[in-house]
Design a protein around this ligand. Sequence first.
Ligand code: SAM
Length: 285
Amino acid sequence: MVENMKKDLKTALKGILSSKEIALVCKSFDIIGDIVVIRVPEQLLPHSKKIAEVLMTQHKHVKAVWRQSGPVHGEFRLRKLEWVAGERKTKTIYKEYGCVFKVDIKDCYFSPRLGFERMRIAKQVKEDEVVVNMFAGVGSYSITIAKHSRASKIYSIDINPIAVRYLRENILLNKAVNRVFPIEGEAKAIVEGMLSETADRVIMPLPEKAHSFLNSAILTAKPQGSWIHYYDFEYARKKENPVEKVKAKITKKLHKQSINFTIPFGRIVRQTGPNWYQIAIDVQL
Ligand SMILES: C[S@@+](CC[C@H](N)C(=O)[O-])C[C@H]1O[C@@H](n2cnc3c(N)ncnc32)[C@H](O)[C@@H]1O
């Protein structure tokens, strides 16, 4: 669940923080099961605990509050977390659209902010499709697809062994055995070694690096009629359109290789910073 409780949290902080301090409080935070992840600006760091305690009073089921102290980082795309209040737990269970995800937020990537996007993809999947998820994490897209479509096989690759361990557990929890197939390894190598021309649909949820994996996505896709769901981060000034910028980038790359394709859809998934956006692009070969 993503909470945007600016007014409530700020109102609840009246009398605890000064009005100047309240104005600095970050308006959004992530609730992942019974854990909350907050961001606290430098000036408010000494007040982190007070903010956390107010949040715990507002959300009675929350048992732990962590502060994200830097951007998602490294090959495994992990959050840097500092404990603020409650239990020091990082393992939790998150529920969304009838799916259950067990996750350790310290060791695996997980974002509650992508629920709409996961369902948007799942709704497009047709009966008997073979899906390759190149960056599956604990299975957030793969399990959503298994639950909400009649895909036959969803190959789910990830390089993080802990994420794959949770993916295996989530497959069992969500009764997706023999439909979601976990593969621990490096996506390029796995695609080249065992999944070429396999997929009716390829999912690429690694926006930091997707561009450098586009050739692998093309390799794993069936040459005709297949879909690639491509994610990227893009910078755009006020008059620029970040979706069009990413479309142009993909178009340039695919034209160079004389690949026939169309881009029927693109959207801003979310804003990730001043002038920075996460973009989703659906490419059809
Ligand atoms: C942004 S996370 C997305 C995870 C999941 N799809 C989700 O949305 O919750 C990207 C994932 O890609 C994995 N990853 C990074 N580089 C990889 C590579 N070269 N091959 C396979 N997996 C990789 C990371 O371990 C991480 O779990």
